[in-house]
Design a protein around this ligand. Structure first.
Ligand code: NDP
Ligand code: MG
Length: 394
């Protein structure tokens, strides 16, 4: 019901900015009551001036005084908070009924889980939390009655298509087809990927996104994470999830039903559409995004992904099939490798090599507790950092 009080975790990022854009279009129905960020305190204060939330939180505790003083200097009554625990408490607290989980990486797990346990409506962009702890997160959300609305465009498309029938998958879904743009290096061979730069990797042809997910799109790890994400969100085995490269990025994913129907969701590549679905659901609300002009688009192409040039997608399938802590190991190694690549410390082809190294070195354990998953995450970060230190410098 409206008005909705919304916490945006990762407010200063790409998803955060799209969410705030949609919220500002609906002043009577939607309100940003909590804004949280990692360390960009000036950007957070600027957002508070515009959106006037009740609470603002910065993850880095050393920045508390700067946030508090900046809010006061701006004449705002917004209350300042700092530290991961403060963000978790706000995500679970009574100043919001909806949480946009848009922190990047495993750093988003704790607040996402807190929101789920508190029974919030969870608009989930942070796919890494599902990769790392999908079973735990979906179990706890179900137990607390927290509704998860996927914000990732593919999963949001599937969410919409599944609303065409009894949503229980066993009932009628034959398979899910995730589409992938193919990223900036689509069509290149493995040899042609040697020496690509961070600037080239983050220059996505269709989507404007934060740096980490942009690199994941370039390696196709993003699609691998999304296969695992779909498996948990829709409770469907990996064998019934397919990936198709679709360079126009207009068909956001498809669901094939047992009667031979295939439903798809189409739209321009703009995350404000999926955020509007989540923010308004079950009502449709304006997002500021235009409809599709299919006549001028002309055509929709589809091709199979190239697993030799982009082994990250294959590695993610392997980790999902292995289960237990394997996806957590994959995700953590990837986060460390992507960050090293963005810093110019390793080459592009070292990303899959490092992920493979972590997956083949560490044991897979059962993953039924948060502690076991976080331990696997930490071990994987450690051995990946150690492996980077041994690599020839690029
Ligand atoms: P950005 O890099 O643009 O933004 C990341 C946000 O997370 C920033 O607000 C950042 O704050 C905050 N943050 C980083 N570390 C921490 C931390 N330790 N504690 C609290 N906040 C932190 O990322 P995106 O918006 O692109 O992506 C966010 C998530 O959404 C990712 O999981 C991504 O996979 C997913 N997603 C994104 C899509 C997109 O179109 N961008 C599409 C589908 C999914 P600060 O600015 O202070 O560093
Ligand atoms: Mg996606």
């Amino acid at each position: 019901s409206f008005p909705r009080q919304i916490a945006i975790l990762g407010a200063t990022g790409s998803i955060g900015s799209s969410a705030l854009d949609v919220i500002a279009r609906h002043p009577r129905q939607l309100r940003a009551s909590v804004l949280a960020a990692g360390s960009n305190v000036d950007a957070l204060i600027a957002l508070c001036r515009t959106h006037r939330p009740d609470h603002a939180a910065i993850a880095d505790p050393a920045l508390y005084a700067r946030l508090r003083d900046g809010l006061a200097a701006a004449g705002l009554t917004t209350e300042a908070h700092a530290g991961d625990d403060a963000i978790d408490a706000l995500a679970a607290g009574n100043t919001c009924d909806t949480v946009v989980a848009a922190i990047v990486g495993a750093a988003g797990l704790s607040s996402t889980l807190a929101a789920a346990r508190a029974g919030k409506r969870l608009l989930l962009a942070n796919k890494e939390s599902l990769v790392l702890a999908g079973e735990l997160l979906t179990r706890e959300a179900a137990a607390a009655g927290a509704e998860i609305i996927p914000i990732d465009s593919e999963h949001n498309a599937i969410f919409q298509c599944l609303r065409s029938c009894d949503a229980r998958l066993e009932a009628g879904v034959r398979r899910i087809i995730l589409t992938a743009s193919g990223g900036p290096f689509r069509g290149r061979s493995r040899a042609e990927l040697e020496g690509v730069t961070p600037a080239q990797a983050v220059a996505h042809p269709k989507w404007s996104m934060g740096p980490k997910i942009s690199v994941d799109s370039a390696t196709l790890m993003n699609k691998g994470l999304e296969v695992i994400e779909a498996h948990h969100l829709f409770n469907i085995p990996g064998a019934r999830i397919d990936v198709l490269v679709h360079p126009q990025s207009l068909v956001h994913s498809l669901v094939e039903f047992i009667d031979g129907s295939t439903l798809a969701q189409l739209g321009l590549p703009d995350m404000r559409t999926t955020l509007a679905v989540g923010l308004g659901w079950p009502q449709r609300i304006e997002s500021g995004v235009a409809g599709l002009d299919l006549l001028s688009q002309g055509r929709l192409d589809f091709e199979a992904p190239d697993l030799d040039a982009f082994p990250c997608l294959r590695l993610a399938w392997q980790a999902m099939d292995a289960g237990g802590s394997a996806p957590a190991i994959l995700n953590a190694a990837n986060e460390v490798a992507v960050s090293a690549f963005l810093q110019g410390r390793i080459g592009f082809l070292s990303i899959p090599a490092l992920v493979e190294h972590a997956l083949s070195t560490l044991p897979y354990v059962a993953a039924d507790t948060l502690d076991a998953l976080l331990a696997a995450d930490a071990q994987s970060r450690q051995i990946t950092e150690a492996a980077i230190a041994r690599l020839p410098h690029v």
